[in-house]
Design a protein around this ligand. Structure first.
Ligand code: ZN
Length: 203
């Protein structure tokens, strides 16, 4: 984590999986609490879990700053987003590849970020799904039309071969797992990926 920060990383994205909503199991609030002690960067907790409402207080207590929940996992999404904000965290909503952007138009004013899954959630190292780019562009248009300021985040398959298109489509928060940590040189690889992203953004 420190090496990724030295390489220019500005947010720590934490993938929480429960073995129900997604087939894999990763970590929960105790690990977030440990991460909290090790960095001052915002902890962006992406909950790939069922019944996220039950765990929101525990993530708040562990020191999470941003919490995003899946549209597909929330029966009462408006309530869940309110619950996250009431616990002092920035609420985000996540869309699986098969979920249309139009479904979340009404709750966009409530969110700090929208996370577009560019792979099916559950495992690292998957191939980028191309139509995610259209979803990013759609969100950019909606944000403009509605006069909102939410951030657009992309998770899954963001790497050297995709970063340029992702940034040009309008994403401003790039989640990178394998592209940064896969080769055992997180500092160098974070720096190189960010340089490519900045070049694509023209800044
Ligand atoms: Zn994630």
């Amino acid at each position: 984590m420190a090496a990724a920060e030295r390489g220019g990383g500005t947010v720590i994205h934490v993938d929480v999986m429960d073995g129900h909503f997604v087939p894999n199991i990763t970590l929960g609030p105790p690990v977030v609490k440990s991460l909290r002690k090790a960095t001052k960067l915002p902890l962006d907790c992406h909950l790939m879990i069922e019944n996220p409402d039950e765990y929101i207080p525990a993530f708040a207590q562990a020191g999470a700053n941003w919490v995003s929940v899946h549209y597909e996992a929330c029966r009462h999404l408006h309530r869940t987003l309110t619950h996250i904000a009431d616990h002092g965290m920035k609420p985000g909503v996540v869309l699986n590849p098969a979920t249309r952007v139009n479904l979340i138009v009404d709750i966009l004013p409530m969110v700090h970020h929208v996370l577009i899954m560019s792979v099916n959630p559950g495992f690292g190292g998957q191939q980028f799904i191309e139509f995610s780019l259209d979803k990013i562009r759609h969100l950019v248009d909606l944000r403009h039309e509605l006069g909102l300021a939410f951030k657009i985040e992309v998770d899954g398959g963001v790497a050297h071969d995709t970063v340029e298109r992702v940034v040009q489509a309008g994403a401003e928060l790039l989640v990178a797992g394998n592209a940064v940590f896969g080769a055992g040189r997180p500092e160098e690889d974070a720096r190189a990926l960010l340089a490519a992203a900045r070049k694509a953004a023209g800044s």
